[in-house]
Design a binder for this molecule. Sequence first.
Ligand code: MLT
Length: 326
Amino acid sequence: MKQWMTTLLAACGLAWACGAQAQDAYPSRAITWIVPFAAGGPTDAMARNIANRVSQELGQSILIENVGGAGGTIGAAKAAKAAPDGYTFLVGHIGYMAAAPSLYARLPYDPVRDFRAVFRFPDTPLVLLVGQSSPYQTVSELIAYGRQNPGKLNFSNAGVGSTSHLVAAMFASQAGMEVTPIAYKGAGPALNDLMGNQVDAMFDQTNTALPQTRGGRVRALGLTSARPMAQFPGVPPLGEQAIPGFQVSTWYGLYAPKDTPEAVVQTLYRAWSKALQDTQFTGQMAGQGIQMLPEAEYAPAALQRHTADEVQRWAQVIRQAGISLQ
Ligand code: MLT
């Protein structure tokens, strides 16, 4: 064989191997994270913050696609049907990944069977908020009015099964009052109407409630955390002032369609583990009232177990709170 042919064949072989190698270098293009609430809410804010930091570790863009509606179940259903190729993920959350099976009669996905857990995010407690012109200065005043005027207090929320919906229902049930839920496509629009005094109250996660509380556009009456938070000075936990033991946080996690390869899951989890070593990044989240978790709880298997446990737990909570099936 002539020398030039040998060289050409060698070059082609090398090019093929490099090409194949390049195709195998995951991620080779932008990744999409579906956020099943409108932009501007706490889930969207948490997702964008984490996606920005994880994309730096991956060296690849992560695009947020907001798909709102039905308490997040529309976006979750879209993610469950996405190609398991490592380029579409779901930002999951306590509502549509744990409460939804007990709230929606025909849920078009199974949170445990149709997804692979990739990694858990930190948690966010919630804050009971009223508008700045609200007459209620304390949670006791709000409860007193609610008990004397059944159904008159309206609470905005992010749709059936969102934490803003579930926590308000649990709160009303345990406070012995009846409130009227007003559903939006996310806590962002729900909070906007609270600031516009279109609704009486809402429960919002700390990361988005904090700037509006500090800015004086809403008033915080109580926290769903076990202990007071430095970010909300003078605002006591509801469990200390109104309903003993009242404590709940929104949890979140990244999920992939169920047949996504393990190598993809591990690539994303490694990137997240590196981001968690960045104390400036984790400190910025903690400053928003976000609660960092023990490291082991962020792992894929831990989130998979947590999801299955929470589906069971919320079935009982929903029964006890008398929240109706949709
Ligand atoms: C909720 O559970 O209320 C959601 O977190 C709302 C949102 O993130 O928009």
